[in-house]
Write a protein that binds this ligand. Structure first.
Ligand code: P6P
Length: 340
């Protein structure tokens, strides 16, 4: 067939997840499928608002009100409202944790379901005025047997998540998702309003040639990180140096790492003792995806998915990406960190 002919067999996210559900057989009740459908609707809604916000910023409508004179909500607050309302209305959730809310939301009885969603509705939103890619990050736990929804349902290791993903808002909207059997990427076809499967079975290359750290913090880095970076910037012959790529928006830096390989790191350092990234709704989902794509996600000394959270907004150091690159970093921790 002519390779330019429109495909007559579009694999939409809904269909793909439904196939996943059918694969699980009778164990699946379709609730996760419906929850993921609700999440993809929020991503479409947020994508529209991100694009509109860029347009409004571009035409320079000053001040806090939009053309209708309504109070212009900050995009991340708006995105949070969209997600809370859609997840509650889905009737499939019991506990919600958002980067935007100090406390977890326990869903009332009549709307309560069996999943808990932890999310950052619009990570990197400080970059939006510069047109830099930003994104929504989410992780899903199944409620614990006998629980009617409480903090203990989300203060669990990321290894107990049943799904995780992100939607990156850039030239197009890319939704990357895993439900525990590999990672798939979907691209929003705005004319159809559907996420179409465009990156089936994403596998991180075992080794890359890119490192992604904010080297502006180099003065504060601990010895293992300094030694690792030196080893890839000034390698012994015949090796050649790695390239530096740092966007400063986690979803964009992780997306590139999943597709091209290499290593992304936001270490703990002398200035930030636990690093900057949040464990529950940034590190866990990205670590889940990284491992499902064949990579490694570590704090330097511990597998991220094994961490047991003590509070919903705690931070943790993050190094993730190609198996061989992250293993090289771990070696420096074994040799140089005080605990070893
Ligand atoms: P820095 C964005 O503000 C964010 O939370 C992540 O998306 C990103 O990886 C990180 O912070 C960037 O932090 O300190 O390098 O600007």
């Amino acid at each position: 067939a002519d390779e330019h002919a429109p495909s007559t067999d579009l694999i939409t996210l809904t269909r793909h997840v439904l196939n996943d559900q059918l694969r699980l057989g009778s164990a699946a009740t379709g609730d996760l499928t419906l929850l993921l459908t609700a999440i993809q609707v929020t991503s479409k809604f947020i994508a529209t608002n991100v694009r509109k916000a860029r347009l409004i910023n571009l035409i320079g409508l000053a001040g806090e009100t939009n053309v209708q004179g309504e109070e212009q909500k900050k995009l991340d607050v708006l995105s949070n409202d969209i997600m809370i309302n859609a997840l509650r209305a889905s009737g499939k959730t019991a506990v919600l944790v958002s980067e935007e809310l100090d406390d977890a939301i326990i869903i009332e009885e009549r709307n309560r379901g069996k999943y808990c969603v932890v999310f950052d509705p619009l990570d990197g939103s400080s970059n939006i005025d510069a047109g830099v890619n930003i994104g929504t990050i989410f992780g899903v736990y199944k409620i614990q047997p006998g629980s009617s929804g409480s903090l203990s349902d989300v203060l669990r290791p990321g290894s107990e998540m049943v799904a995780a993903g992100y939607t990156m808002y850039g030239s197009s909207a890319n939704l990357v998702l895993s439900t525990g059997s590999g990672v798939n990427g979907y691209t929003l076809d705005a004319s159809l309003g559907e996420f179409i499967l465009t990156h089936p079975d994403i596998q991180i290359p075992p080794r890359g040639k890119i490192y992604s750290f904010n080297e502006g913090n180099s003065m504060y880095f601990h010895p293992p990180v300094t030694a690792y970076l030196k080893s890839i910037k000034y390698p012994a012959a015949p090796k050649t140096p790695y390239s530096a790529r740092y966007i400063g928006s986690m979803v964009a830096d992780v997306h590139r790492t999943l597709l091209y390989g290499g290593i992304f790191g936001y270490p703990d350092d002398k200035k930030s003792k636990s690093g900057k990234l949040r464990l529950l709704y940034e590190a866990f989902p990205m670590a889940f995806l990284t491992e499902q794509a064949g990579g490694i996600a570590t704090t330097g000394t511990k597998r991220i998915l094994d961490i047991v959270p003590e509070s919903i907004h705690e931070r943790c150091p993050v190094f993730l990406g190609s198996r061989d690159d992250v293993s090289d970093l771990i070696k420096f921790y074994k040799e140089l960190s005080p605990e070893s």
